[in-house]
Design a protein around this ligand. Structure first.
Ligand code: HXC
Length: 257
């Protein structure tokens, strides 16, 4: 059987996606993006989905960007279609109803950084390198970087990174809020396991509601967003999870969600 461009490993609804093109440092070409979109469409439909972890194959690279060799000869129309394909795919990832986490295990450049930005948060190995080096190639980010990066790290830092094309290490990525945590590469696996345990042990409905409140609320004015929170808070009381969670506390036992 041919190697999968996206490896999918499912651990009771916590799904790990591995971009698997290590010889090209996991660069995103049209085939990888199509496969990612297909996998995400399947995940979207699953009620038992609890979280999605995204990483890159090998120890050197998360994703070193969109595939430069493939892009080199594109016309403006073809470039527009390519960017639209990627944007639609990353939107699917961003709007999955469960937490999505980028496990950044090396180079995280251009479209790779944009892939990480489409996840809810990122953790990085201490050898990770980040950047939006598109200006060095005569282009700009096209997978959402000019919009998601300033929303994550602020417009001044986004302008710094996008106009200089400079690369930053994991420590700087942590300082500017591009990633939540940095750890030795060997510990990324243990982090993934810890996360699987934590998220797997929490109420799936309340985890989804947390994401919905934060994501949808960020696009609204504060009063509307607070009303959304109240609606979702009340909604939590309509199912079994709240009864189980609060009963378990009172009865001094672990909840069974
Ligand atoms: C295609 C890539 C690639 C990429 C690496 N490779 N990055 N192929 N697209 N983005 C390939 C190399 O050609 C090489 O293939 C193999 O992976 C190993 O890479 P090396 O360069 O030999 O490794 P190294 O010397 O360790 O350098 C690593 C690196 C460098 C610093 C990450 O590869 C690099 O600068 N890559 C490009 C990073 C970049 O500019 N990304 C942004 C792309 S633009 P061979 O066959 O020679 O072994 C972008 C725009 C998004 O993402 C929006 C589009 C709409």
């Amino acid at each position: 059987m041919s190697e999968q461009l996206i490896e999918v490993v499912d651990n009771a609804g916590i799904v790990r996606l591995t971009i698997n093109r290590p010889k090209a440092l996991n660069a995103l070409n049209s085939a990888v993006l199509s496969e990612l979109e297909r996998v995400l469409a399947e995940l979207e439909a699953r009620d038992d989905l609890r979280a999605v972890l995204v990483t890159g194959a090998g120890e050197k690279s998360f994703v070193a960007g969109a595939d430069i060799a493939e892009m080199r000869t594109k016309t403006p129309e073809e470039a527009r279609a390519f960017a639209r394909q990627a944007l639609a795919t990353l939107k699917r990832l961003e709007t999955l109803p469960v937490p999505t986490v980028a496990l950044v295990n090396g180079f995280c450049l251009g479209g790779g950084c944009e892939l990480a930005l489409a996840c809810d948060w990122a953790v990085a190995s201490d050898n990770a390198i980040f950047g939006q080096p598109e200006v060095l190639l005569g282009v700009i980010p096209g997978f959402g970087g000019t919009q998601r990066l300033p929303r994550r790290v602020g417009p001044a830092m986004a302008l710094d990174l996008c106009t200089t094309g400079r690369k930053i290490d994991a420590a700087e990525a942590l300082r500017i809020g591009l990633v939540n945590r940095v750890m030795p590469q060997a510990e990324l696996e243990a982090y993934a396991e810890e996360l699987t345990k934590q998220l797997g042990g929490n109420g799936p409905q309340s985890v989804r509601a947390s994401k919905q409140a934060i994501h949808d609320g960020m696009d609204q004015d504060l009063d509307s967003a607070l009303a959304l929170e109240t609606a979702l808070f009340a909604f939590c009381f309509a199912g079994d999870e709240q009864t189980e969670g609060m009963s378990a506390f009172v009865e001094k036992r672990k909840p069974n969600f």
